[in-house]
Design a protein around this ligand. Structure first.
Ligand SMILES: [Fe+2]
Length: 254
């Protein structure tokens, strides 16, 4: 690794409006504002991201690992209304699904929570979920390739069978590189408006079979490595921002 990555355990504070689900947001204890959402908004403006604990019920985000690899583009409301493309360039060998019907209502439900956290209105643009497997990595990028529809994005961990967290790495506007660990149902909210400032990536996904005994057992039984990590990214634009024209934009380029 040629850069210094700071593993962050930011201070978290409960958002009382969502105390039933145990929702907490990052804030800066030295900024003198520990109230949520105000303190979280200050943190987000300065750091370009925030961690949100218990953002959404992981049971509702859960989906078994599909057989397909590549890209699936859903064009209707039914789960059999899709086009499948076997190639996927951003994370080779993974499966990315655009606009899966299971998450259509959740896109709006998460938006309403984010509006409360950010204190401003948002429009839905689009979403995609991704299944990654052992050894795969997400190259450093910003969401520019998605055009203007990613002004505000949140990546939520749906489920995984990895033993250790798979950190979401992000560069802050001041140039610090942070590694953020999530759990099922937790999200990382990041600001996609300033290219280069909130670049993000993931290092290669570690297999859940790290012990020699497990590797040997798999080799003998010819069991394939079934390590996986499932996450979903919901994208939004600000109602009062310069990208508002992207509202409900489901068109995306890769
Ligand atoms: Fe991204």
């Amino acid at each position: 690794m040629v850069y210094q990555l700071v593993a962050t355990k930011p201070s978290m504070e409960q958002f009382n409006k969502y105390h039933k689900q145990g929702l907490q947001c990052s804030f800066d204890p030295f900024a003198g504002d520990g109230s949520i959402p105000g303190g979280a908004q200050t943190y987000f403006k300065r750091e370009g991201y925030m961690i949100i604990k218990n953002l959404y019920d992981p049971k509702k985000l859960y989906h078994t690992v599909p057989e397909e690899r590549g890209q699936i583009h859903y064009w209707g409301k039914r789960v059999d209304e899709f086009n499948h493309i076997p190639e996927e360039d951003q994370v080779n060998g993974s499966l990315v699904r655009y606009m899966h019907p299971q998450y259509c209502k959740i896109h709006s439900k998460v938006r309403r929570i984010l509006e409360d956290i950010l204190g401003e209105e948002l429009y839905n643009t689009y979403y995609h979920d991704r299944f990654c497997f052992a050894g795969q990595r997400l190259q450093r990028h910003c969401d520019r390739y998605d055009g203007d529809a990613c002004e505000i994005s949140v990546s939520i961990q749906c489920s995984t069978n990895t033993k250790n967290p798979w950190p979401f790495c992000i560069q802050t506007p001041s140039g610090e590189k942070r590694s953020c660990e999530l759990e099922d149902g937790w999200g990382i909210l990041y600001n996609g408006t300033v290219p280069g400032e909130t670049d993000h990536w993931r290092e290669p996904l570690e297999s859940c079979y790290t012990r020699k005994r497990d590797k040997l057992k798999n080799w003998i039984t010819r069991k394939e490595d079934d390590t996986y990590y499932h996450q979903i990214s919901f994208h939004y634009v600000r109602v009062n921002g310069s990208k508002a024209h992207c509202a409900n934009n489901m068109v995306h380029s890769i």
